[in-house]
Design a protein around this ligand. Structure first.
Ligand code: HAM
Length: 425
């Protein structure tokens, strides 16, 4: 038994790699979400809410069986009906599944969607890397125009700018398509062949399954081997090269700075042509704050009509940690009510004012004036209204401006109007 007479139960903590977003941090997340919604809507993107879990096959087929996500990171389980399900590790596969399922391609030539919500990956947790994390993403399906690549990149960069995130870099690459990528893959493999023993164990496996990923391995010896590797850009076919040139000149036209990173291959297999990441030097190892690219084969791969697509997703926690602190909203008034009668008479007034949009705090526990003033101060209220038996008798309450410390008397019969005029001039 504990001191209070309750049985002392064992404390339960959140799972490793999964965190609570507390009120101080959520204000930044909300600001990012609000900014994103406003910007996306201006560009014609509508929200879609995709399920948190899907049949496992959606992700194995969509993301690719030899990717780290599918091989090692998915939260997969059987439900009570024996169905194999997975907590979504990303949103693109689900958006495309929904696009096909609801035959959105019949409604408009180009479908533009955005989503936000939690994703799940069983990665090794560390600063900035979680097992449940939030993404905000957009997808545009139905056009292979390079102008759409530019639009997607512009939305991403301008969203980060509007959220006041500084110190970022847009990295760009082209991964070619089904015409030129097989040739590049061959060229890369023949370059790596003689140095296989110098690659890390993981990359030795990748040599057979997913050789392009060797390019973005962080291991020093792998990087040394690939330093002189052939570049995907030197192997682009005519069409892919022209597309890449258009994307670059579109970004130049909009004055969106970027750097070419020929090692950028992304961890999901559905990409072709444009691939990109936004990185920052301010977050240590987890330096990628957003990523995306073109996925012209994904809709067909998932059983839909051939439909080009492109999109991005950003890591909300990582971006929130780069944003300037946002002050949580403060109360307009704190009502310091002294005695039962004051509480009884003021409660309907407080409730009505709250319904009309005023932020009002009150301490139902009561207590003396000093205690209540202390609480008002702590909560950061703009004004404190003091009302006890004497004030009830005289028909006047005391209003204290918490910044200037000035006090004035307010007539109770017109209290609501006076308080409203103070905060909503
Ligand atoms: P991704 O690069 O795997 O792409 O994830 C996008 C962003 O999510 C990353 O840049 C990072 O900021 C954040 N993120 C990823 N894993 C974690 C983690 N374990 N903890 C915290 N943040 C994380 C995608 O998911 C693609 N679906 C993007 C896309 C949309 N491509 C086309 N359309």
């Amino acid at each position: 038994m504990g001191k209070t007479g309750y049985i002392v139960a064992m404390k339960i903590s959140a799972i490793r790699g999964v965190k609570d977003i507390l009120p101080d941090e959520i204000v930044r997340v909300q600001q990012l979400e609000d900014t994103a919604r406003r910007l996306f809507e201006r560009f014609g993107y509508s929200e879609i809410r995709i399920p948190i879990f899907e049949v496992t096959e959606l992700f194995t087929r969509g993301i690719g069986t030899t990717t780290d996500i599918v091989e090692k990171e998915m939260y997969t389980f059987e439900d009570r009906d024996g169905k194999k399900l997975t907590l979504r590790p990303e949103g693109t596969a689900s958006v495309v599944r929904a696009y096909i399922e609801h035959q959105m391609y019949l409604q408009k030539p180009v479908t533009k969607l955005y989503y936000l919500g939690p994703m799940f990956r069983h990665e090794r947790p560390q600063a900035g890397r979680f097992r449940q994390f939030y993404q905000i993403g957009i997808e545009a399906l139905g056009t292979s125009s390079a102008a759409m690549d530019v639009e997607i990149l512009a939305v991403l960069i301008w969203l980060l700018q509007e959220a006041d995130v500084t110190g970022i870099q847009l990295e760009l690459n082209s991964l070619g398509d089904s015409v030129c990528r097989p040739q590049y893959r061959k060229a890369l493999k023949s370059f790596l062949k003689d140095n296989l023993h110098k690659l890390c164990e993981e990359c030795q496996k990748r040599y057979e399954t997913n050789p392009l990923r060797i390019l973005d391995c962080k291991n020093e010896s792998c990087r040394a081997v690939t330093a002189a590797a052939p570049s995907p850009l030197d192997h682009l076919c005519q069409d892919c090269l022209a597309h890449f040139e258009q994307v670059k000149s579109g970004l130049d036209q909009l004055k969106i700075p970027f750097v070419i990173n020929q090692r950028l291959v992304r961890g999901l297999d559905y990409y072709n042509r444009t691939a990109f990441e936004v990185t920052t030097g301010r977050l240590g190892a987890q330096n990628s704050i957003a990523g995306g690219g073109r996925y012209d084969g994904l809709t067909e791969e998932l059983g839909g009509p051939p439909t080009p697509g492109i999109g991005f997703a950003m890591g909300v926690e990582r971006i929130a940690s780069l944003m300037k602190p946002v002050e949580p909203p403060k109360p307009d008034f704190f009502f310091a009510l002294l005695g039962e009668e004051a509480l009884k008479q003021m409660l309907p007034v407080i409730m009505q004012l709250r319904r009309e949009g005023l932020r009002i705090e009150i301490d139902y526990g009561g207590g003396n004036l000093k205690k209540q003033m202390g609480l008002s101060d702590k909560l950061g209220a703009r004004y404190t209204l003091i009302l006890g038996e004497n004030e009830l008798k005289s028909g006047k309450a005391i209003l204290r401006n918490m910044t200037t410390k000035e006090q004035q008397e307010l007539v109770l019969s017109t209290l609501s109007q006076t308080l409203k005029s103070l905060v909503k001039p």
